[in-house]
Each structure stands twice: as C-alpha cells, then as structure tokens.
Design a protein around this ligand. Sequence first.
Ligand code: SF4
Length: 368
Amino acid sequence: MRIMDRPGLYVHVPFCARKCPYCDFFSVSALELTPVYLKALAQEAARAAAFWRTPFDTLYIGGGSPSLLSRGDLKALKAALSPLELTPDAETTLEVNPEDADPDKMAFWADWGVTRLSLGAQTFDARFLAGSLGRTHLPADSFAAMEAAAAAGLSLSLDLIYGHAGQNPEDWAADLDKASASWAEHISAYALTPAPGTPLARALAERLVPRLLGEAASAELFALTAEALKIRGFERYEVSNFARGGAVCRHNLKYWRRTPYLGLGPSAHSFDGTRRWADEASVRRWAAALDRQDEPRSFVEEVTPEQARLEAIMLGLRLSEGFSASLLKPSQALEDFCAQGYLELEDELIKPTEKGLAVADFLARQLA
Ligand code: SF4
C-alpha cells in the first residue's frame, strides 16, 4: 500500500458566526448546539471505529468555521475522535477564518496537533471582501494571521477567490503577489461561482448587485494565476491548487485520487472504495439519528465499476500527475487532444498539460 493510499479523515464543524452570501456549505449560527454536536461526533467516531481500522494519515477539520471552536471544544473534539487511529505523522489541517486567528490561538492549535492551516483570506482587496463576498474580515486580519502562522511554524495554505465584479487583471495579480510573497506554501484559487439558492445568486438574478466577471474575463485571470505563481516557485498540481516545495494537500489528493475517506459531522461525505454516502445536513437530525443508534445518512450510493472508471478519468484530468492510460480506450478524440497539446502520454499515464488543465471539464465531457 502506498502511503497515499491510507484513508483520510474529515470532520465537518457546522458553525459560522454568520452566513456569507456566496456560500453553500452546510453551517448554522446556532453555536449553542456545540455540546450536542460534540456528543454526537463522539458517537459517530465510535461507530465508525468498528469499520475503519487502517490508521488515517490525514485529518482535515473543515466547515463551517472550526476556528470558532473554543479551546475546551477542541479538546472535546480530540477526545471524540480518540477511537479512530491517526498515524504519528498525520497531516492535520484546520480551516481558519482570518478574524478568528491570533498568536495565542495559533500556538494552542499547534500544540493541539494542527500541522497545517487553511486560511480563508479570499482576497487582499477590501473592496471585494466587503462587496461580492460579504466577508467581515479585513486584509489586515489576513496578514496578521499569516504572520502568526509563520511564528507558530505551521504550514500555511491560502484560499483565494477571483472573478469579483469590476476586478481587473492587475487587481488579481496584486492578490497573487501578496499571497506568493508570504509564508504560504500552498494556494487554492477558485473562481467565484454563485451556487444556486445562495443569497448572492438571488441578488445577481434580481440585479441587486453588480454582475460578476464573465467567462472570458475570468478565463484570463485563471491563465494569469499559474504564470504569476510560478515566478515564486508554485507548481499547479490540480486545476485550482498550487504548492511549492512539494507542500501538496495530502488530504485533498485523496478525493481526487479516489482514495477512501471517512467524513464525520452533519453533511460530511464519505467514500470507502465502493460506496459513497453523506450525513444528514442538519445538526439536530444528524445527532438524533446517532442517539437512536441509527446511521445518520441522507444518501448512500454503490459505485459501479463503470462509474468508478468515469470518475477516475474526470478527476485524473484535473491532476497534473494524470491517470492510468488503461482507463481510456484509444479514440480519435484522445489522439486529437494529444496532437493539439492538451494531453501528453507518458509512462502509461495520460497527463493534462497546462493548456489541458484550463479546460479539464471540457476534456472530461469529450473523453469520459
Ligand atoms: S464561506 Fe466559510 S465562513 Fe462563510 S458561511 Fe461559508 S463556511 Fe462559513
């Protein structure tokens, strides 16, 4: 078994101080439910321990806003997870909102076992933070959090979002410059996409807010990203993810490589290699099911071998490492994409080039 084949553990912390208008992750602001959540998390981890016996080599605590949890809550969270075994060198990521971070908390998190922070900086431009994103933190909060992470010796990943109304290439280049000049060794850069049903999507539909960047302008910023980050040593290893010094996110690679992972907490997803399921997206329903000793599932799906093959192709087209050529039958489309410089065939692997990564979803539709 390759070390990367060990399963990953995800814990969803479903609390946020307030809902950001563009966000469609499950979270609530009812922090008074924290004790209910922690009790149910312990029950879910104890149930899962009977089936998940291979030690996990990654733990990703996401949300929601895990950085809202108090020291006592985080200690209880660790106790809740104790039936599940982690390898001694497990990559342990905590998602952090800039406004929640300070040097004391940072030192506590490092002591707790966190090795890596995923900081939701989003942009260093106050206009866009307060505008399309509706965030409450300021660029200064992100800079302070980045400095505190460096002082605590924590590996740092930055989440950035582009495509804001009125954003031009110079604005985005300035964000990338600040991010790549920092302590961060990992950057995730996503286009702002209003998910259906979010307040931002509704406001855009009703023309209450300025339109976001169109497809062509957004594609220009996407193309600029890899170039700007390369100058400071970042390599793109997934369509939207860049690392320097080999600091890839081991946990997220499991999703893209279809390595099994266990998700705990309301709305968390899991995959055991042949089955995929999601937990109830409600703290109360999820906790009540666990209290009744029921599975707190909202759906379960058996993945057929053909589905598995298609998923491996679609996900593999998003990774610079590519995927096994044995998954695809020879075809004219495959030959054409290789000849046109979208794909390369190397050591029995099909690898998307930079040009191919820019249109990974299109290639997947044509080839899968
Ligand atoms: S974007 Fe982050 S902080 Fe905002 S509501 Fe979503 S999970 Fe919470």
